[in-house]
Design a protein around this ligand. Structure first.
Ligand SMILES: [Zn+2]
Length: 489
């Protein structure tokens, strides 16, 4: 057996200005044999595909892997280019492959395509035939509808957020597809949508009641041997698309009614728990959050974690400005995006003092720049292999990077959008979390795996940015009626 391997992924924040273009996807893109070599052994969906294929003695042929994290909608040119590349790669292998394993995020959109993941699969089906076997591994934050199911043989989504199970999700998708290709199973899929949108900040799967819904999904899999796999997708609330919101996808062996029954049951549970899933009371204003952090720090044994979670471009300045104004010291704000300031620090050199207008520049929602006078502690290019529990082993290139000390407030400045979610943002600069009183992150759930044990307290702060907890502040145009909490109270 021989399978083609591909990936094309973006978590599209459709409200962001601009588009995510080809250069953004090209950063870190892999092609051909480099997909196989570069991702073998990594904690990624494709790493999981490759692991199972190797164990099952299935040959693999790499086509393309291009992803751009979470950013503005993909440009039409980027969509056309990467879909054409994947389709051309498959057509060139016509008659020599048995199927495709592909990693899609599930929240891909372009300005004109609001079901873009389904469109990717549709283009593959149009070229290779509707019966061409395709196994898909997706992100828990995918916005799925029936259209995606129509073009896939099997779909498996991450069970966890933080996504520590990227590779095991790829393994599930690979095993499902290989078993079907060997004639051991006849997979059928069902989807049910509870009509519920969750801000990313509330999608941590270890927190109740979401953890309970995930346990129920595992219980269905254990109880019913004809159920092969269940994915509970939390959806991505910042993509304004008709399929926005949670979805349950069930893969069953030849029993569509059973698949539908399990999907409906889990979707109904989520629907009933919608007010508990949407925990508005956990979110604080900038002033109240900073006030509480300063008060807690007086007696804290460990750092206080401030989460400026609504920031989607890693450069908003609301909490940083408030901490400066309140005279906070021993602060670390890792991986803030400002290529101009990183370049200025590199020009000045390590040991120099620079005065800069820092960050807050990506959009009017980012809070505007903060004037900083800071000593350059490090200046150079940062390329390293991720050591944290997500995407473990993958290489990341942050471009021109600097570590600044603005009077007890340390900031690492990067030129590539990258979220600080593990210890790499400390280790790369010889820093230690325990030496700080405050750590200012922009993560939603992924930080929890590493930071929950490191932190004295986690303070969630809402800012008037592109990823707020209060979804009703966003100008949705494409969400259908009846979706909690935006089009239904
Ligand atoms: Zn995700």
């Amino acid at each position: 057996m021989r399978l083609a391997i591909a990936g094309f992924s973006l978590e599209s924040v459709t409200f962001l200005p601009g588009v995510t273009g080809v250069p953004d996807f090209e950063h870190g893109a892999r092609r051909g044999q480099s997909v196989i070599q570069g991702l073998t052994g990594t904690n990624t969906a494709i790493g999981g595909f490759l692991d199972v294929c190797a164990a099952e003695r299935v040959e693999t042929v790499g086509i393309l892997d291009a992803g751009a994290g979470a950013a503005a909608a993909a440009s039409e040119a980027a969509f056309d280019k990467y879909v054409a590349e994947i389709v051309a790669g498959l057509v060139a292998l016509w008659g020599r492959i048995d199927g495709l394993l592909i990693h899609l995020h599930g929240a891909l959109a372009t300005p004109s395509r609001r079901q873009a993941d389904a469109d990717v699969l549709g283009a593959i089906g149009a070229a290779m035939g509707a019966e061409f076997p395709v196994g898909v591994a997706m992100d828990l934050h995918g916005n799925l509808g029936q259209a995606v199911l129509d073009h896939a043989t099997v779909i498996a989504g991450y069970h966890k957020s933080p996504h520590t199970d990227m590779a095991t999700t790829g393994m599930r998708a690979a095993r499902l597809l290989i078993r079907a290709l060997r004639g051991e199973t006849k997979p059928v899929m069902a989807i049910a949508k509870p009509g519920l949108m969750l801000p990313s900040i509330f999608s941590a799967t270890m927190l109740e009641p979401l953890a309970g819904i995930m346990r129920q999904a595992r219980a269905w899999e254990t109880r019913e041997t004809r159920i092969l796999d269940i994915s509970v997708f939390c959806g991505f609330a910042y993509a304004d698309v008709p399929d926005c919101g949670m979805a349950v996808v069930v893969v069953a062996d030849g029993e569509p009614a059973l698949a539908a029954r399990a999907a409906d049951d889990l979707a109904n549970q989520a629907r009933l728990l919608r007010f508990q899933l949407y925990k508005e009371e956990l979110v604080m204003s900038v002033a109240a959050g900073v006030e509480q952090a300063l008060a807690l720090a007086k007696s804290a044994a460990k750092p206080i974690l401030l989460l400026e979670h609504a920031d989607r471009l890693n450069d908003s300045t609301y909490v940083l400005r408030a901490l400066i104004e309140r005279g906070a010291k021993r602060v670390y704000a890792p991986f803030m995006f400002d290529p101009e300031v990183a370049a200025a620090a590199i020009r000045a050199g390590e040991g120099a003092t620079i005065t800069v207008d820092f960050a807050g520049k990506t959009s009017p929602q980012a809070g505007g720049p903060v004037r900083l006078t800071a000593r350059v502690l490090y200046a150079g290019r940062k390329v390293f292999n991720i050591t944290g529990p997500l995407k473990t082993g993958s290489q990341i290139d942050l471009g021109e990077t600097a570590l600044l000390d603005a009077g007890g407030i340390l900031i690492s400045v990067v030129s590539v959008q990258w979220s600080a979610i593990d210890r790499d943002c400390f280790d790369q600069f010889g820093l230690r979390p325990e030496d700080f009183a405050f750590i200012l992150l922009r993560s939603k759930t992924h930080f929890r795996e590493v930071y929950t044990p490191l932190a004295e307290a986690i303070i969630i702060i809402d800012t008037p940015d592109w990823g707020p907890a209060d979804l009703k502040t966003l100008p949705y145009r494409h969400i259908p009626p009846g979706v909690f909490p935006v089009t239904q109270a």
